[in-house]
Ligand binder design. Structure first.
Ligand code: WT7
Length: 654
């Protein structure tokens, strides 16, 4: 559909009511908003009853901005809530995961009873290696069941896991291990990507050269590739875990025990260790999962197509779903591992009823054409979700028509690593949705859009998204850096949490997210900071200066464009630039991750700067997106921008 046709069509059919059949039996009925807003803290306390507490909390919220405690005198064990209690309630034979391998035809079915055995054995193995409550354990693993087991084994012992996305480089892994002083690492020999092994252990070995405090490494054999082995430090999972007793008696921990650390990019070169605690995080991940995905544990098969290396995997593959005791699909591969219709074959085979993914993936599937979903029976689907970036109406509509066959509600869910769980979303049986809008705060959550001075904007106006009251799954801070926590989130608008996103209230007061307003980029739903990539580029011996921007991109949402000045002599500068550009792209991949590789690098003799020496990223973005240039009068040398615009055409595009 062309853009103007789409607009005209949206004008006619700009909202979608929930199907009556779903609305009638939806977990969330319209009264939920009033029930929650009457007394949000009390409402959250009732949601905490979804958990099995060893000591039920008598306290709900203690709030000393920016420090929140929820349910602090309660005690519980996160893993018991995810696994043991379902087995004890007689649901041990229920499937927890249909694990689908990257390789076509390979799969594993894991029941809750089997999950309990696996987690108990892993917990016993971690005890043998020395892991104790309060320790930090880094997990650097592919999408295999052992990754979930590793997380749950740490949680069972009261040790915080810090999962590092397996696509990150050795350097990125090392800095994360050091920052939160992890004494243990759980990894695999490698991952399988489109049928081929992709090594992980070498990156761990390299990282650990600068992490002397790591005492033990537990290694799952996934690919069977030869690996380097450090005697005394390295332990095979199949040797160390498999011989353990499958009984482990879980201890109880305080609600505010740290459950997890997840590093995410901020506006500086150093990622932030966002940490979450147990009681509040589990309460909100479980409640949001129940209401937003309208979970019916008896009949649903839910698939969150995300990686456990990101917060989406933590909250909506591991904790939210397992607390709810549901059956899930967990998929190891890429959307086209084994063919471009792979996803649709999985939906058909496992009768997936709820699918949750990112707009960037929807756009990729869309590019592959509607014949692929049409060629499969997707009739089991009843609800669709998206997360990670603003979804463009065209992708929303494609998803609804071609995947949801025009009768599945779409929940566009806004949240962040820091918020721990979904904050803004439609409710599938209630909300009349609009393509591209995340709509409303979840019950018990208070958000607003404010202007520069922190005043609430009216309907039809845009501004900054803020959260105006504490919520159970809010991050308890940045690991080791309380001041940065205050400065980043709580200083811009006193008394309010500043999310870093722009947003708009439409004429009905519904919320539309507009993307980041800071120097954070969103590449295929992955969060990266411009500064982080600049830092990596400047670390290359030939680079003098670098400016990085996120330019809009049809598939990935944003793509990285880097403007680089070199330390070269005139003679060197006249040589062919292509090999150097490629070298710089590989350099960024090595320092951060292949996901941080710039789409385009423009070598330029100069960068546009203000008289105070700040790089004008706004102008570079205009250049990269072919827009007419904004105000250039504050530049020291306004001609620089035109020169760069001229160079753009020559940049090394893929
Ligand atoms: C940033 C958070 C939450 C899991 C995935 C990303 C953007 C997220 C939406 C949405 C528009 C969205 C925001 C946010 N974002 N969901 N539904 N609509 N934008 O987690 O890496 O912490 O990134 O993702 O810009 O600030 P994250």
């Amino acid at each position: 559909m062309t853009e103007s046709k789409l607009e005209a069509w949206l004008e006619e059919t700009r909202s979608f009511a929930p199907p009556a059949s779903l609305a009638a039996h939806a977990n969330a009925q319209p009264s939920i908003y009033d029930e929650a807003s009457a007394d949000p803290v009390a409402w959250w306390r009732t949601q905490a009853d979804r958990l099995t507490w060893d000591t039920p909390p008598t306290k709900s919220l203690e709030w000393d901005l920016p420090n929140a405690k929820w349910f602090s005198d309660g005690t519980l064990n996160a893993t018991v809530n995810c696994v043991d209690r379902h087995v004890e309630a007689g649901r041990g034979d229920k499937v927890a995961f249909h694990w689908v391998a990257d390789v076509d035809g390979e799969s594993r079915t894991i029941t809750y009873r089997q999950l309990l055995s696996m987690v108990s054995q892993a917990a016993n193995a971690l005890i043998e290696l020395g892991v104790k409550s309060g320790d930090r354990v880094a997990i650097y693993m592919p999408m295999i069941p052992e990754a979930v087991v590793a997380m749950l084994a740490c949680a069972r012992l009261g040790a915080a896991h810090s999962v590092v996305f397996a696509g990150f480089s050795a350097d990125a892994l090392a800095s994360r291990i050091q920052d939160s002083d992890c004494a243990y690492v759980i990894t695999a020999d490698g991952a399988i990507r489109r049928g081929a092994p992709s090594p992980l252990k070498p990156a761990v070995d390299e990282a650990l050269q600068s992490c002397p405090n790591v005492k033990a490494v537990l290694v799952v054999r996934r690919t069977g590739a030869d690996v380097n082995w450090v005697e005394g430090r390295d332990h095979w999972w199949h040797e160390t875990v498999d011989r353990q007793s499958d009984v482990h008696v879980a201890e109880s921990f305080p609600a505010e025990q740290t459950l997890l650390i997840m590093y995410t990019s901020g506006t500086t070169a150093k990622p932030k260790g966002i940490f979450h605690t147990t009681g509040g995080y589990l309460t909100q991940t479980a409640a949001t999962y129940h209401y937003i995905f309208d979970v019916k544990p008896e009949t649903d098969v839910l698939w969150t197509a995300a990686d456990i290396g990101w917060i989406t995997g933590h909250s909506y593959i591991v904790y939210g779903p397992l607390v709810n005791g549901v059956t899930q699909v967990m998929y190891e591969g890429l959307p086209d591992s084994g063919g471009r219709d792979r996803w649709w074959r999985i939906v058909e085979q496992y009768k997936v009823s709820v699918l949750y993914t990112a707009p960037t993936t929807i756009r990729t599937l869309m590019k592959w054409g509607e014949d692929l979903p049409a060629g499969h029976d997707l009739g089991s689907l009843r609800l669709l979700g998206t997360v990670g970036e603003p979804i463009n109406p065209e992708a929303w509509i494609w998803y609804r028509k071609n995947v949801g066959r025009d009768n599945c509600p779409i929940v566009d869910t806004w949240w962040q690593t820091e918020t721990g769980a979904i904050m803004i979303t439609p409710l599938p049986g209630i909300t009349v949705t609009k393509p591209g809008a995340a709509m409303k705060a979840f019950p018990g959550i208070s958000v607003d859009v404010v202007d520069n001075d922190g005043n609430s904007v009216g309907n039809g106006e845009g501004g900054y998204l803020v959260v105006t009251a504490p919520w159970p799954s809010m991050t308890r801070g940045i690991w080791g850096d309380p001041q940065r926590f205050v400065d980043t989130y709580w200083a811009r608008f006193p008394g309010k949490y500043f999310a870093g996103d722009g947003a708009k209230k439409d004429d009905d007061g519904d919320l539309w997210l507009l993307g980041r307003i800071d120097d954070v980029m969103n590449i295929s739903g992955h969060r990266l900071s411009t500064t982080e990539v600049e830092h990596a580029l400047v670390g290359h011996p030939m680079v003098a200066e670098a400016a990085v921007i996120g330019a809009s991109d049809e598939t990935t949402g944003q793509a990285i464009v880097a403007f680089v000045t070199l330390k070269l002599s005139a003679e060197q500068a006249n040589q062919d630039q292509a090999p150097l550009i490629e070298e710089l792209r590989q350099h960024v991949a090595k320092v951060i991750s292949p996901i941080a590789k710039p789409r385009q690098i423009i070598l330029t003799p100069d960068l546009p700067k203000t008289r105070s020496g700040k790089i004008m990223r706004r102008l570079l973005r205009d250049v990269a997106e072919n827009r007419t240039l904004g105000d250039v009068t504050t530049l020291t040398d306004p001609t620089v921008v035109n020169m760069i615009a001229g160079l753009m055409g020559e940049g090394g595009e893929d």
